[in-house]
Design a protein around this ligand. Structure first.
Ligand code: SAH
Ligand code: SF4
Length: 361
């Protein structure tokens, strides 16, 4: 069985250059590698035999030595509102979750970057898993390709948000390799403007991201207006406090139409006061942002509470008065635990091995 770090014969996740080198190593012309890249990502074919523009001999060679394997759909759960949660089983037996969220204006695909997470935010279920490992580029892309294969949508028809399990900026290399294939017109061909990376605020990596020629949209999990509260609910703040994080946001290059999304999970009596709303407006002055207010999604065993509607509206009206662009995120898929911060595969059920594997149509 595949183990992290072991050489895999799965071609999913390889760049065009790597596939060209692979073709050459098999005594094929470099453009055969480009054709292979096109078949894997643009045409989303995973059966070498169906790649009829490649010679029979090359196909047979590939078939004998390599695979194009998407993560297995272990379970697919649809919510009453159409939100669909996918539980994927990876080659080493780890699990990650992705969520497909249909919306009126645009659909959103929320994907994972790591198995678990070690940032330790006190309100988040993924934190309860601890960190297990980084996802490889093919495992990031595989979530997207498998959901496309399930028939829910075409790649050009949705936005992608890295708001599933894990801290994407702690898996920067693999994230960016997947991002380049996702956005490559010869690859999966999704506009970089339709992809958002959400981070708890890993400032040195944020600065690296700012240097990318075509960076994704940025979302920051802010979640507090003082270092005292943020240190407590997001321990990462002790390393990179609010001032440093907001300075890195000020320096992040944005073209005229873009804004940074500031995610703010509303936690009752912790960060939802009138003073917090005012402080938030003050902190964000001069930064091109839109605030995404996310009423806390309760999780078993975690001590936070969701504010009542009245408190949420009070917070919102202060942002309104102070002219801070904002919106309240509607909770989606909470009946299947697919809402923000509820993704975690914690069960170590002995029945796991016998549970039916649900393959997508
Ligand atoms: N690690 C990244 C991306 C994954 S978390 C990050 O932290 O940004 C995606 C979003 O879910 C974050 O904005 C986080 O603050 C939010 N979140 C986590 N737990 C939540 C909960 N229980 N209720 C509502 N939002 C939550
Ligand atoms: Fe990790 Fe994000 Fe959850 Fe914090 S909110 S523990 S960074 S996944």
């Amino acid at each position: 069985m595949y183990q992290p770090g072991m050489k895999s014969n799965n071609l999913l996740g390889l760049s065009c250059q790597e596939l060209v080198e692979l073709a050459e190593s098999l005594s094929e012309k470099p453009f055969r590698g480009k054709q292979l890249y096109h078949q894997i990502y643009r045409r989303r074919i995973s059966d070498f035999d169906a790649m009829t523009n490649l010679s029979k001999a090359f196909r047979t060679r590939l078939q004998d030595e390599y695979t194009i394997t998407y993560p297995d759909v272990f379970k697919r759960t649809a919510s009453a509102d159409g939100t669909t949660k996918f539980l994927f089983r990876l080659e080493d037996g780890s699990f990650v979750e992705s969520v497909y969220i249909p919306e009126e204006s645009r659909d959103t695909l929320c994907i994972s970057s790591q198995v678990g997470c070690d940032v330790g935010c006190t309100f988040c279920m993924t934190a309860q898993m601890g960190f297990q490992r980084n996802l490889r580029p093919g495992e990031i892309l595989g979530q997207v390709l498998q959901i496309v294969r399930s028939g829910l949508a075409q790649p050009q028809g949705f936005n992608i948000v890295f708001m599933g399990m894990g801290e994407p900026l702690y898996n920067y290399q693999n994230l960016m390799k997947a991002f380049r294939i996702l956005t490559d017109p010869e690859g999966i061909d999704i506009s970089y403007r339709k992809i958002t990376v959400s981070t708890s605020g890993i400032v040195p990596v944020l600065k690296k991201l700012a240097q990318e020629p075509k960076p994704p949209n940025l979302a920051i999990s802010l979640n507090a207006t003082t270092n005292e509260v943020r240190d407590r609910v997001m321990p990462v703040n002790r390393k990179w406090p609010l001032e440093e994080l907001l300075q890195a946001c000020r320096e992040f290059p944005l073209d005229s139409r873009r804004r940074i999304t500031m995610e703010y999970v509303l936690l009752k009596e912790e960060n939802d006061s009138i003073e917090d709303a005012r402080r938030l407006a003050g902190l964000l002055r001069g930064i091109s942002v839109k605030v995404n207010l996310i009423p806390y999604n309760p999780n078993p065993g975690l001590s936070h509470r969701r504010p009542e509607e009245e408190r949420i509206q009070r917070f919102r009206s202060i942002l309104q008065e102070l002219n801070v662009p904002h919106f309240i995120r509607k909770t989606r898929g909470d009946d299947v635990s697919a809402a923000c911060g509820q993704l975690a595969y914690l069960e170590k059920s002995p029945s796991l091995a016998t549970e039916p594997v649900l393959h997508t149509p």
